[in-house]
Design a protein around this ligand. Structure first.
Ligand code: IVH
Length: 670
């Protein structure tokens, strides 16, 4: 028996080492036939001796479909985004900013291709792959472990030959589809009369968001890893050391990543990468420049959504020439009127374009854009194309100027008005059906309530049937009301009712983001979630003074939230959603304690390993209070780097001053 166990272990080892040589070193050790043979031998032994089957055996990569949808988990360290640099000058500014901040001009950077895929966090505990999460909103991601396990290049366990295996490590990387695999997939999809993907990124994203891992395993996905999040039991001095380590541990690392030690080398790397872009067999949209040294990264810290120590230098966006045939206006959910240029159909990096946004009247005037003009349009990433410039040398004699103010709302025909201090004209009619449609569409969208099957056309149809007007109407819909409608059949009606019902169990940030409160995007919704402890009642109780003290929320956002909540009609609709079964669950929050009960904290300065918001949350999660200014009631001042006047005030009042580490000790040692 021992011999069988050993044999199984040996086969697993050989398969894993082959995967490592193949995917990480790009140097296969087994032929396809040899690989298949070993794999089958392992399968048959595991079948015969199920007692020796290990969940991280390579035969166990494709599991069963998940029934309950994707679970959401909090990232130990948030997955931030990157600030952009759009040209060489902005790369220089980034370099200058860092040098000035650190007071040092010889700083090493690491340059890496910016892959146009989707970020993922791989969590290994004691060397075993435990969970894989999407980036999500940066704070919480969705559990896609069942699909990530199907990717042969992701090791199910870290390689043991390396010195130390940390007890916990979050490895971040990019999942993508190589151009060739994307083309093959689309041809296969076409043959099956199945969905065609617009680009490789969407194909990769669609593949990891499957409930059935058998579908994901049939798609060819790739990964390159480039960062770590949380880690226990091991530390690195710099990026190069970290990349070498994770590569040795079995994770694919982009061979094009390179240390660059001067500004000239950074710019040169970026230019060469752009020049060679076509030769690379996957989509990239720029270079990520990162400070190499981790202690310098710590000193630099982060802004609310991106680290100061990195920048994404973007490639120039692709442009195409076309002609404006007409200008139309559209009205969105907030009533903002957007002018759109209808253009002669043109191919722009693989997508056929027939319209381009003109943003607002100021943009039309500034660029002197007229109907019949010849223009260059551009598109970066997935965003809507825009007009980059008018080709004045080709201006025909029959151009006509365009002015939004001479129009009424294209939907309700009501008056439109330019809001003071804003560039946009707005439809002021709250009952405008296009606005209502936009609100419903936003509420049902993926990052909000995620109601599958409730797309723009279905919403429009249900509005025409007078079944939908406000968002709570969604939860009143019944199978019998929709099954006989055009476009619906038994299955599609059942599916829609099911997905509505499934969406009712939601999170605070999804629901609040879904309401479409002006200025409240996903990020602000997450901040509010933490501030209100996932309770909508708490949100209603917030005052302007209180809201303005919340990190990340300014005056305009605070006022917008209060205006929204002051409108009785909005509250009636929200209350109705709750009465119809919408339940906010607080997700995978840490358990609460009352370790800091009766203690009041004030925070000043900036911190290395936490944002102020994290510190505040930590205190509140443990029962403490956080206030904005020192008073007799203050128990502790938590002081970081560059403290403000609160420090001297605390000293004057004999208030104990502690740093972030002491706070963590207070919580952990109890
Ligand atoms: S570093 C805080 N490195 O770009 C550090 N990101 O716009 C953030 N991405 O969400 C990640 N290639 O999904 C990093 N070599 C690379 C990358 C990369 C692609 C993506 C990543 C991130 C997004 C930020």
């Amino acid at each position: 028996m021992e011999a069988i166990k050993e044999k199984i272990e040996n086969l697993i080892k050989r398969i894993n080492e082959h995967n490592y040589s193949y995917y990480v070193l790009d140097d296969p050790t087994l032929s396809d036939n040899e690989y298949d043979e070993i794999f089958r031998e392992l399968e048959s032994l595991e079948l015969k001796y199920p007692q020796f089957r290990n969940i991280n055996s390579p035969t166990q990569r494709v599991g069963s479909p998940v029934k309950s949808g994707f679970k959401s988990y909090e990232h130990k360290i948030p997955m931030l985004s990157l600030a952009n640099a759009i040209n060489d000058d902005e790369i220089s500014e980034f370099h200058a900013r860092i040098s000035k901040w650190l007071n040092e001009s010889n700083i090493d950077f690491v340059a890496e291709p910016k892959i146009d895929g989707l970020g993922v966090s791989l969590i290994y505990k004691n060397g075993q792959l435990k969970r894989a999460l999407t980036r999500g909103d940066g704070y919480n991601g969705e559990d896609i472990t069942h699909n990530i396990k199907t990717i042969n290049s992701v090791p199910l366990e870290l390689r043991h030959s390396i010195k130390e295996i940390p007890s916990f490590i979050e490895i971040r990387g990019e999942i993508f589809m190589k151009n060739k695999d994307f083309i093959d997939l689309n041809s296969a999809q076409k043959e099956k009369d199945d969905k065609i993907f617009a680009n490789a990124r969407n194909a990769a994203a669609g593949s990891v968001r499957q409930l059935d891992p058998r579908i994901t395993s049939s798609r060819k996905l790739s990964i390159y890893c480039y960062e770590i999040g949380g880690i226990d039991g091991l530390s690195f001095r710099n990026q190069i050391e970290m990349l070498e380590y994770i590569k040795e541990a079995g994770l694919p690392v982009n061979p094009l990543s390179k240390k660059v030690s001067t500004l000239e080398k950074m710019i040169d790397y970026h230019a060469k990468l752009e020049k060679n872009r076509k030769k690379i067999d996957y989509e990239i949209d720029g270079t990520v420049m990162k400070v190499n040294d981790y202690s310098l990264r710590k000193t630099l810290g982060q802004r609310s959504r991106s680290p100061r120590w990195a920048v994404a230098a973007k490639f120039k966006s692709k442009k195409a020439e076309t002609q404006i045939l007409d200008i139309e206006i559209q009205v969105g959910r907030t009533g903002v009127i957007t002018p759109v240029a209808k253009v002669k159909e043109v191919d722009l990096s693989g997508a056929l374009i027939t319209s381009a946004t003109l943003h607002n009247q100021d943009e039309i005037d500034k660029k002197d854009i007229r109907i019949n003009d010849f223009v260059l349009i551009e598109r970066s990433g997935d965003v809507i194309p825009k007009i980059s410039e008018v080709i004045f040398s080709k201006r025909p004699s029959n151009t006509s100027k365009y002015n939004i103010s001479s129009n009424n709302c294209p939907s309700c025909k009501g008056l439109i008005k330019r809001i003071e201090d804003e560039a946009a004209y707005k439809c002021l009619n709250n009952d405008c059906s296009s606005r209502k449609k936009g609100i419903l569409q936003h509420f049902c969208s993926k990052n909000a309530m995620n109601i599958e099957g409730m797309g723009p056309q279905i919403i429009q149809q249900l509005m025409q049937e007078s079944l939908l007007e406000e968002v709570d109407d969604i939860f009143k819909l019944q199978y019998d009301q929709i099954v006989h409608l055009e476009r619906f059949q038994d299955k599609s009606a059942t599916n829609l009712i099911d997905s509505i019902s499934k969406s009712k169990k939601t999170t605070f940030s999804r629901f609040v983001f879904g309401l479409g409160i002006p200025h409240v995007g996903q990020h602000i919704a997450t901040i509010l979630d933490k501030e209100c402890n996932s309770s909508f009642d708490n949100l209603k109780k917030l005052t302007l003074e209180k809201l303005e003290t919340v990190d990340g929320i300014g005056e305009i956002v605070a006022q917008s939230i209060l205006d929204y909540l002051a409108d009785e009609k909005n509250l009636v609709v929200i209350q109705s959603c709750f009465s119809l079964g919408v339940v906010i669950n607080s997700g995978d929050k840490k358990e609460k304690s009352d370790l800091l009960k009766d203690l009041t904290f004030v925070i000043t300065g900036s911190f290395n390993s936490f944002s102020r918001r994290d510190i505040k949350r930590l205190i509140q999660e443990n029962g403490g209070r956080v206030t904005g200014s020192i008073s007799k009631k203050t128990s502790f001042l938590i002081s970081g780097e560059n403290p403000g006047s609160k420090l001297s005030k605390a000293n004057d009042n004999n208030i104990e001053i502690i740093d972030e580490k002491t706070l963590i000790q207070m919580i952990n040692e109890n």
